[in-house]
Design a protein around this ligand. Sequence first.
Ligand code: PEP
Ligand code: MN
Length: 321
Amino acid sequence: MKISLEENIPAARAAALAAAVTKLLPGTRVRRAGFALEVSAGRPQAYAEAVPALENLPGVAGVALTTGELCPLACARPKKAFSAPLPFSSGPVFIAGPCAVEDEESYLSNALALKASGAHALRAALFKPRSSPYAFQGLGWAGLPIIRKARRLTGLPLVTEATDTRQVARLAAACDILQVGARNMRNYELLKELARCGRPVLLKRGLRATLTEWLLSAEYLLAHGIKKLILCERGDSLPSSGRPPLDLKTLAAARKLTGLPVLADPSHASRDRALAAALARKALRAGADGLLIEASLDPLAARVDGSHTVSIETFRKLTGK
Ligand code: PEP
Ligand code: MN
């Protein structure tokens, strides 16, 4: 932790501040470095609780914690590698499917085609967080028998999004991986509930979330007991902002800092079929551990996100199958 001091603070005042910091954070080491105090060997909870009081001490200009201090579990290395239910140790992993489960016939034919084209897991979204209350919200629980059938038919694991704490237990009983969507990266009660569900969790980076905010959400899951965690970069959905659609620098930094598998979602990042395919390749070249991608037999007929859903042929080219 670095406590910046006001410039030209008298030496006696700085020494008094160092003593005050030691009192607020017993057991830590406090070292003066120019117009700053460097604090080490504190526990994350003690740091978090002391920050408001430290910021209010006269003579303190600011308090900053490193990512490692804020997210000690997310940043702890080495991490235990895992390869079930997704084979992360044998090359890029592909989770694919339509944006939403729409009906049994289309979903099952998609599931079979995706398996034959190299998918390792199926997108199996029953609950869709939509910006408009009038847009298709997903089949909800009515879709559960359909995704169960797809799992039996293909043997592929199911990845589904929980949009609310009340869905978690029932979705965890039927699906293999639970997804936290971009809108819910900051839904801390949902993260706590998911951490206890007994299934791996796939955590997307929230819209305009910084690397630290993303890792803090990962920290919530880890602090509350999650055993297997996958991250997914999905961009900021700001096509006109001049920012790249996928933040591959943040993806690489998240991989390096955490040692967790980090996927890319080129679909929601691009909002355009052709761009999605190009972004998918770019993300894999940049070291993504795999893709979460919208792909189906008939993107033009999709009720949701058809404009950025790639065809099965394009998907097969990506997997190389
Ligand atoms: C999704 O992957 O189904 C989804 C809703 O994406 P996001 O949360 O990234 O918007
Ligand atoms: Mn979608």
